[in-house]
Structures are given as C-alpha cells and as structure tokens.
Design a protein around this ligand. Sequence first.
Ligand code: HEC
Length: 179
Amino acid sequence: MRIILRLSIILLIAVITAVSTSTYDEGIASLYRQSNAVSAIDTTPVSPVEVETIIAYRREHMKALSAHYRSLESIINNNAPFDSHVLDHVNALIMLAQHTDETFPTGTTMLESEGWGAKPLIWEEPESFARIINDFQVSLETLQVVITSQNLGSNPVNALDQVRQSCLACHQQYRVRNS
Ligand code: HEC
C-alpha cells in the first residue's frame, strides 16, 4: 500500500513538472513570436493625459538612443579609450530600437501648444515610417557585425555614420525641431 502511495506521488510530481515546463516553453515561444512581429504602430486610442506622458517618455527614449550613439562617436571617431564598451553601446541601441515604434502610438502627434515634436505625417504613412525604423535597425545590426568582425578589416567609422544617417533620415521626414 505504501509503495502504491509513493509511486502515485512520484507520478503526480512528474505530471506537474511536465505541464509547467510546457507552459514555460509556450511562454518563451510567444515572447519570441512577439519580438519577431513586423513593426507596426499601435492604433489603440490614447487619453489626453496619457498623450503628454507618452511624448515625454518618447523624448527620454530618444535621449537614451542619443547618449549611446554619442558614446560610440566618442570612442570610434574621437578615440576615447573605452574600446571595451563599444559592443555594449551597440547592443543597447539594438535593444532600444526594438521599442522605437511602440513610442509612437496613434494620437501622440506633436501638441499644438508646443508646435514641435512628432509630425502628424507619421500616422498618415505608417508603412513608410515602419520602413525607416527597419532601416535604422538594420544599420545597427550592420554596425554590430562590423564591430564583432573587426579583425577582418571592416571599418566601424563608416558603419557608425550609416547609423547617424538613419537617425537623420527619420528626423528630416518626421520631426519638427524645437528651435
Ligand atoms: C523612426 C524615426 C526616428 C528615428 C530612427 C530616430 N528618431 Fe530621434 N526623434 C524622432 C522624432 C519623431 C522625434 C520628436 C519626438 C517628440 O518630440 O515627440 C525625435 C526626437 C529626438 C531627440 C530630441 C528629444 C527631446 O528631448 O526632445 C533626440 C536627441 C533624438 N531624437 C535623437 C535620435 C538619435 C541619436 C537617433 C539615432 C540613433 C534617433 N533619434 C533616431 C524620430 C526618430
């Protein structure tokens, strides 16, 4: 009788482990699917209070991009002695750029009271905007490849300049500067 009881407890534990592992795997798989989703603008309506908060957050997101980009410029173009930091800055930019589209939900165009920020055009041509974000991500991945295969003679200065061009491509099209 005791043996049967023990065997059933072991069986129960095995079943619980199998079920929880498969749920965990499914969780990971769905995260992976999300991260591979085609970049698209969120069209869920945003309340007026949220709009200002989101715009403020987006500006912090941009400043974070800028700080990592400027750090790379210091090291790669101006020889600041921190070569070992380069890959971390590139990886940080890659991670952040995966979220850039999320910082532009519908309804967060520049405020009339401010007169600068994100142009309404972004939401009139979402495919073109998504393409620019995609080009930006590709320029960062190219920089990562160049950095990690530097011994093959590739040039990080040019790859970093391509990143700068992709920031500018978006700004020229979709941003009004605060003058
Ligand atoms: C897909 C378009 C896009 C890309 C790519 C992009 N930006 Fe921006 N950026 C914007 C828009 C739009 C604004 C204005 C946002 C606002 O004020 O709501 C902005 C604003 C900024 C600001 C001003 C933030 C503030 O406090 O007002 C900085 C700095 C900036 N971007 C830096 C960068 C850098 C550096 C890169 C590249 C590494 C970059 N951006 C890539 C669209 C982009």
